[in-house]
Design a protein around this ligand. Sequence first.
Ligand SMILES: Nc1ncnc2c1ncn2[C@@H]1O[C@H](COP(=O)(O)OP(=O)(O)OP(=O)(O)O)[C@@H](O)[C@H]1O
Ligand SMILES: [Mg+2]
Length: 249
Amino acid sequence: MISITRPVHLTYKNIVKTYGKGNHSKLILSDIELQIKGGECTLITGKNGSGKSTLLRIIGGLLRPNKATIETGLITLNWKKYRNLIKNDVMYLYQEPYMFDGTVRKNLSYALHKDQAKEAVDKALKWAELEHRSNTQAKFLSGGERQRVALAQAWLKQPAVLLLDEPTANMDTKSRKRTEDLLSTFKESGTALYIASHDPNHFHRITNHRLLLDEGRIVQTDTNLLNESAQNIKDKSDNNITVLSKQIS
Ligand SMILES: Nc1ncnc2c1ncn2[C@@H]1O[C@H](COP(=O)(O)OP(=O)(O)OP(=O)(O)O)[C@@H](O)[C@H]1O
Ligand SMILES: [Mg+2]
């Protein structure tokens, strides 16, 4: 079976999406270009209705665009071929993750091979700090806990690209931080993260690139944010060394 090579480096070009037909047609995305790279986190922001979820669902293979070209590094694909290729590699997490009837453990073991399920699910529960919830009916979990179950499901699948739609929308600061910690472990293992959030200040600890979507276009791109802060730290420590050497001399 063909799959995309990891770490991924995908380039999306000319993404166009309209909703409705004829006179009622509404242009949502107009000629968007973007890149997704393994081990990096991109935050896409924009006001309500700017098209963030629409874009994520196109990238996730769930929503057909009017136009789009995708370059994998080896081949150039149209969206339909791309969708068939990415099946197990790109995962989209809904803002309100759907839980099946049954316990948290059952939700996590779903689709796993029986022989390996118990051990894998035990590890996933530990990873997401959900051990105390393993026998709780998943439908009764809080929003934040559901989100952690969804992340644990993703952790079990280890997708090359993880798309997250407002993953911390209803969370308090502590839960948000915990989610960021979990997301950073995905980054460390080479997963590309693409997060939609209306708040540009969220996820700043893990965001490499920040895009602003407005009127169907990406109107602002801030890149290498973490490298910059690393550079700032280096500059500061260089300054400290200068100060220190002055004090010594
Ligand atoms: N299936 C649909 N049919 C028609 N219009 C739609 C459909 N889905 C979304 N829209 C419209 O497209 C626009 C963009 O919606 P989208 O959900 O992508 O925005 P968003 O940036 O994710 O918003 P939010 O911050 O509220 O989540 C909105 O005006 C929305 O009403
Ligand atoms: Mg949305």
